[in-house]
Design a protein around this ligand. Structure first.
Ligand SMILES: [Fe+2]
Length: 370
């Protein structure tokens, strides 16, 4: 069930007020729960309910905190979980609701041999950032020893989501620009992913048409209208990548997050135009079941650019306007020195979705190119 209109809070109230939901476990961001105004909204809704709040502390989802959440959840035994926060909070809730703390959990996630039980409780996801679309994706990120892994299954999808514009309006600008860029990058990457299909292409194109129109306004002058538009764009990009998965800019972004603490969308923005250009210039070597050049033409038309160089400039300018730093040195990332550490953290699964086969040496050349 989805609710994406301006009256979402009254529908949320109706859902929560059902008598079958007596015990409610809240998973929230420490700051965002209050900045978003969600605390005020829920104060009214939660009368007569038994609640437990868990405020997450890590800036990206990591295994130690995930285990704490699973234990806390089991102890409380809720019949409803409400995740109010950014991608990290929602990903924690998705995994914690479907997995047990068992022996060698880390190993099982690393080897993809984890078992998902049936859900502990119904899960409502309410994003406080317009970006990842985690409220609709069938996968969730978890870092183990600074390396990114995924838990993937239709089972972990939230049962309900609510897009409430006022919850994303109050986020700090830095978080908004990073999250919004993630929505844009996810839709772009989805369009060229080997696993893309007609459905994902439709979601991705719709998402981009909205995000490109509203992203910068949402940053400089957030209103209910542009906030809602960005929530929708993020949601559609989530639907797109839930089918197609992402490609190289995402794959390479994870070590930038875990080693340098760069927020997810910002980390993706560091290389988006670089790998998009590499893929385009090599389209005759593409290894996918669609015409890659035609997909690029579609992207150019949505971005209203004439060619790949124009696209590259567009993205560079967009990042500047969104104040997303692209200079690795300024971000204290020494690419040539740290390359091995970075490449070790690259998600190989996502690399395989790239339409062009990439070798480590290609990645190094692309990253180091000025
Ligand atoms: Fe993303």
């Amino acid at each position: 069930m989805a609710n994406i209109d301006f009256s979402a809070t009254s529908d949320l109230e109706n859902l929560i007020s059902q008598t079958k939901f007596e015990r409610i476990f809240f998973l929230c961001g420490k700051k965002s729960y209050f900045l978003s105004g969600a605390n005020q909204t829920f104060k009214k809704i939660l009368k007569k309910k038994i609640t437990k709040f868990y405020f997450k502390s890590s800036s990206f989802p990591e295994i130690v905190e995930l285990k704490k959440i699973i234990i806390s959840l089991k102890k409380f035994s809720p019949d409803l979980i409400i995740a109010v926060g950014g991608g990290t909070v929602i990903d924690y809730a998705k995994i914690a609701n479907s997995i047990d703390v068992e022996k060698n959990l880390e190993k099982k996630i690393i080897n993809n041999s984890y078992t998902l039980k049936h859900k502990l409780a119904k899960l409502i996801a309410i994003p406080t950032t317009a970006g990842s679309g985690a409220e609709v994706t069938a996968n969730a990120v978890i870092y183990i020893n600074k390396i990114k892994y995924s838990v993937e299954s239709e089972l972990i999808k939230p049962d309900y989501f609510f897009l409430i514009p006022k919850f994303v309006m109050g986020a700090p600008k830095k978080i908004k620009s990073s999250a919004g860029f993630d929505a844009i990058a996810q839709a772009v990457e989805s369009l060229i992913s080997k696993k893309s299909n007609l459905k994902s292409v439709t979601f991705a194109k719709k998402s981009l048409k909205i995000s490109l129109k509203y992203y910068l306004d949402f940053l400089s002058n957030p209103t209910k209208e542009n906030s809602f538009a960005m929530c929708l764009a993020a949601n559609l990009s989530g639907k797109a990548i839930s089918i197609s998965k992402t490609t190289v800019p995402h794959a390479i972004s994870y070590p930038f997050t875990s080693h340098y603490n760069i927020s997810h969308g910002h980390a993706v923005s560091l290389t988006l135009e670089k790998f998009m250009k590499f893929n385009y210039l090599n389209f005759n070597k593409s290894d996918c079941n669609f015409n890659l050049k035609n997909r690029y033409e579609d992207i150019f038309s949505i971005f209203k650019v004439i060619d790949i160089y124009d696209f590259e400039n567009f993205i560079i300018n967009l990042k500047k306007k969104a104040k997303l730093e692209s200079d690795f040195a300024k971000l204290k990332i020494d690419l040539s020195n740290d390359f091995n550490r970075i490449i070790q953290g690259v998600n190989l699964l996502r690399l395989r979705n790239n339409p062009i086969n990439l070798k480590k040496s290609d990645i190094k050349t692309i990253l180091l190119k000025k």
